[in-house]
Design a protein around this ligand. Structure first.
Ligand code: 13P
Length: 245
């Protein structure tokens, strides 16, 4: 059995003094467990200092080229060299605000796999797709495209996060029936693409997870944890999620 995962995606939040305070507060809670793990995805600036305190710190973004004239970008090698254990790929904010299309995301998956670096591949439909009942088809296209050059020998690097766009930062979350349907669909797709080894790929849920809805979300079959935005910015709230995982 793989560990359940509670992952904090801080996005573009928290300054250095705020991160220091976050760590101090975090250390006041009990995070010991044999069955679950915490991951933190801070601004890349804070990866070097946080890797001393956490067993798993990752990066929210990178560029897939190994090095070169790409002003402002960070490579996987650079991130690994300061202690990044994994990366996020395909987050809807990167897709929408920074125009990362399916082909670009496929390149990022290939780069992470080539480097043997763990990654969380995010997918999620918008409200129009959900209401038009094309959400399953859309997720299938997103995942098939992102994983088109991914080899099953690297499956241990892969984690999926289902994050419906309409639930991110909105206070709306997918209900248990919607999460159960989608997670079962993603599992069957992974099994179809990669065979029975894909049964151990963790599938996280993300989108307005909070202490009030966490128990019902975590009790859905195939939910191996959560990728948390807003509710990860306060260690006390984040710990309330941890206790329910
Ligand atoms: P919220 O938890 O703020 O809705 O964000 C979810 C998310 O985008 C995590 O990657």
């Amino acid at each position: 059995m793989r560990n359940k995962i509670l992952a904090a995606n801080w996005k573009m939040n928290l300054t250095l003094p705020e991160v220091e305070l976050w760590v101090k507060k975090f250390n006041g809670f009990n995070w010991q467990s044999d069955t679950k793990e915490v991951r933190v995805y801070p601004s890349a600036l804070f990866i070097p200092m946080l890797q001393n305190n956490f067993s798993h710190v990752g990066a929210q973004n990178f560029y897939y080229e190994p090095s070169g004239a790409f002003t402002g970008e960070l490579s996987l090698e650079q991130l690994s060299s300061v202690g990044s254990s994994s990366v996020l790929i395909g987050h809807s904010e990167r897709r929408e605000l920074f125009h990362e299309d399916n082909a670009f995301i496929t390149q990022k998956v290939k780069a992470a796999a080539d480097k043997n670096l763990s990654f969380i591949l995010c997918c999620g439909e918008n409200l129009a797709q959900r209401e038009g009942k094309t959400h399953l088809h859309f997720i299938e296209q997103q995942l098939k495209s992102a994983l088109s050059s991914f080899d099953r020998s690297k499956l241990s690097l892969l984690c999926i996060a289902y994050e419906p766009i309409w639930a991110i930062g909105t206070g709306l979350h997918a209900n248990a029936a919607q999460i159960t349907e989608m997670h079962a669909f993603i599992r069957s797709l992974l099994l179809e693409l990669f065979g029975s080894d894909a049964s151990s790929v963790p599938i996280l849920y993300g989108g307005s997870v909070n202490p009030e809805n966490a128990a019902s979300i975590f009790s859905c079959p195939e939910v191996a944890g959560a990728l948390v935005g807003g509710a990860s910015l306060d260690p006390h709230v984040f710990h309330q999620l941890w206790e329910q995982l």
